[in-house]
Design a protein around this ligand. Structure first.
Ligand code: PLP
Length: 372
């Protein structure tokens, strides 16, 4: 990325050689991102990240197909970048069906099939949950969407760069990508748009990105996104295996060392880097703050940490009572994490839980299923 902040500062829209050097870098980046997901380079539109990609996919298809229908199918566990767009579209006359999910957060493809009507214009189901890590049956849903002739979008922000993603295998027409989720820079991402898919643009102005997204391109960000894609492509299988091993070690260790704890999300069909547990009688944010003091960074679907008073909409959709949703803790493993990090969490967290429980007015004697 560095040369594009310095000597190679050209604007890709300029005809001079400095501009053309930047343009060349963008086109090379487009090819690399396309390769990671089995797409053609002209099917990649660079965006400011996953949020913009989700907005572009849903609003783009909705407004381009208003004459055909007004029905959108999605799930209650989507990221806010999808759910808030659906709420926005609902206020403008679109009808939204939010499918149920099971206790693991899994969507049933048959529910998708049943929800399709003659007015359905797009189905949006995420590839994997950013909160509970469950990997959705996107390939089956893609087949259903294809047979019904309905556009299919998948938010693959959590899977691209982590597990193999192939747009033809998944039968998606649109797929969202975010750079910072696979070691790339923040503030850059992409939307895969299958050739022939008509979208209304969100940004109007110049002719950038083949008139699909106006605005001078974030050249260093795009170059960084592509480098991350290239590295992820080289490491993908091996790294997923390494992380899944650490993930399972952490899940098992937590279950052995802490009672009244349960795993959220699917036990096997889950992202290799995601561990999400609910621990009874403790607040997620209290655990977070205590872990932070020990140099361990985690997150929670609970209140204050996310500056909202509501527990995670995803955990509630899985059927967790609010107390268990408030006691949730999520660890995301990355390329720098090692077995020593997992051991450190297992050494520190049981003591934190015991300390917090000793002070907890929530503690009762009831037993909850453990992770065993
Ligand atoms: N979709 C999912 C599943 C995510 O996890 C995120 C970010 O956390 C986004 C969309 C938004 O991506 P970005 O932060 O690049 O806007």
């Amino acid at each position: 990325m560095l040369p594009f902040f310095g000597d190679a500062f050209g604007n890709p829209s300029s005809i001079h050689s400095l501009g053309q050097e930047a343009k060349g870098a963008i086109e090379e980046a487009r090819t690399k991102v396309a390769e990671l997901i089995g797409a053609r380079s002209e099917e990649i539109v660079f965006t400011s990240g996953g949020t913009e990609a989700d907005n572009f996919a849903l609003k783009g298809v909705a407004f381009a197909n208003e004459h055909k229908g007004n029905h959108i199918i999605t799930t209650p566990i989507e990221h806010h970048a999808v759910l808030e767009v659906c709420k926005f579209l609902e206020k403008r006359g679109f009808r939204i069906t939010c499918l149920p999910v099971d206790k693991y957060g899994m969507v049933d493809p048959d529910d998708v099939k049943r929800a399709i009507t003659a007015k359905t214009i797009i189905i949006s189901v995420m590839h994997a949950s950013n909160e509970v890590g469950t990997i959705e049956p996107v390939e089956e849903i893609g087949k259903i969407a294809q047979e019904a002739g309905v556009h299919f979008h998948s938010d693959a922000v959590q899977t691209v760069g982590h597990i193999p993603v192939n747009v033809d295998k998944l039968k998606v027409d649109l797929l969202s990508i975010s750079g910072h989720k696979f070691n790339g820079p923040k503030g850059v991402g992409a939307l895969y748009v299958r050739k022939g898919t008509k979208l209304v643009s969100l940004m109007h102005g110049g002719e950038h990105e083949k008139r699909r997204r106006a605005g001078t391109e974030n050249v260093p960000g795009i170059v960084g996104l592509a480098k991350a894609a290239e590295l992820a492509g080289q490491e993908i299988g091996k790294e997923a295996e390494r992380l899944a091993y650490l993930r399972d070690k952490l899940i098992k260790g937590l279950g052995d060392k802490i009672d009244q704890i349960r795993l959220n999300g699917h036990p096997t069909k889950r992202l290799p880097n995601n561990v999400n547990v609910s621990i009874d009688f403790v607040e997620g944010e209290s655990m977070l703050l205590n872990l932070d003091l020990e140099g361990i960074c985690a997150s929670t679907g609970s209140a204050c940490s996310s500056s909202s008073l509501e527990p995670s909409h995803v955990l509630l959709a899985l059927g967790l009572p609010p107390e268990q949703a408030h006691g949730s803790l999520r660890f995301t493993l990355g390329r720098d994490n090692t077995q020593a990090d997992v051991e450190r969490v297992l050494e520190v967290l049981p003591g934190i839980v015991a300390k917090l429980r000793a002070m907890s007015p929530l503690l009762k004697s009831s037993k909850f299923p453990s992770l065993a």
